[in-house]
Design a binder for this molecule. Sequence first.
Ligand SMILES: [Zn+2]
Length: 144
Amino acid sequence: MGSKWVLSASIWICASAFAAGGHHHGEGQLEIALDGNRLDVNLVAPGADLAGVSTAGNSLLTIDQGGCTGFDVTASEVEVDHGHSDITLTQSFECTRPAAIGGIRVSLFDWAPSLEAVEVVYLSDDTTVATELTPATPVLALDD
Ligand SMILES: [Zn+2]
């Protein structure tokens, strides 16, 4: 029966994707907040995906239009269970024309290749967008 196959498939997905501590290897959470000319980025992902990855010279995002300049990425690590940690990466941008921002690409995927997906929340004065981005679909399109 089809339903039996679906059940066993979902058990397999849980067993392979879930790790101790409640995070999922390969998955991160990304918050992007635009406030005036300042855009703040906060990413939380499993240490397993970011260990050994250098932030030097790298940017979390590539911003289309908007005249945005990125500052250095900073990192902090918190252990969530034995042998498992979450790493938080933060970065700020100064944008001279924030209203002109057309799209935001998650360039993090280029230098943290084991990440398979990020849950993204984008907040500004007049927009809230929540979506999932992946290496195959890394761009958050902002229409206005
Ligand atoms: Zn882990």
